[in-house]
Design a protein around this ligand. Structure first.
Ligand SMILES: [Cu+2]
Length: 108
């Protein structure tokens, strides 16, 4: 094998590894309303709008990256959040911001 061929193979392998690593994590931005806060499972149940390139509007659970985020929100809040999708397709909220602070009034 010539040195040139070895070099081409080495460059190809390097690029292949690089693109696989960089393509692993994807980020999305979404908006939704908090339906439930589950601190034991570190999840928020959210009715979210369409997430471009990922999914349509639906009601579902999302894990948050930091449990502190659960105490930042209240049921009924409309939030804007950042979703991170890992290589396996697991979705995690990595950032959130309250855009409408209308808390649900619970009457006992
Ligand atoms: Cu969804």
């Amino acid at each position: 094998m010539t040195t040139t061929k070895k070099l081409i193979i080495l460059i190809s392998v390097t690029f292949f590894i690089f693109f696989n690593l960089t393509a692993s994590a994807k980020e999305y931005t979404a908006k939704g309303t908090v339906n439930a806060i589950n601190s034991s499972s570190q999840k928020l149940n959210i009715s979210h709008g369409p997430v471009k390139g990922l999914m349509g509007a639906m009601k579902m659970d999302f894990k948050v990256s930091d449990p502190e985020m659960l105490s930042d929100v209240s049921i009924g809040n409309t939030i804007k959040f950042t979703l991170n999708e890992d290589k396996k397709g697991n979705l995690t909220i990595t950032d959130l911001e309250i855009i409408e602070n209308s808390e649900k009034v619970i009457i006992d």
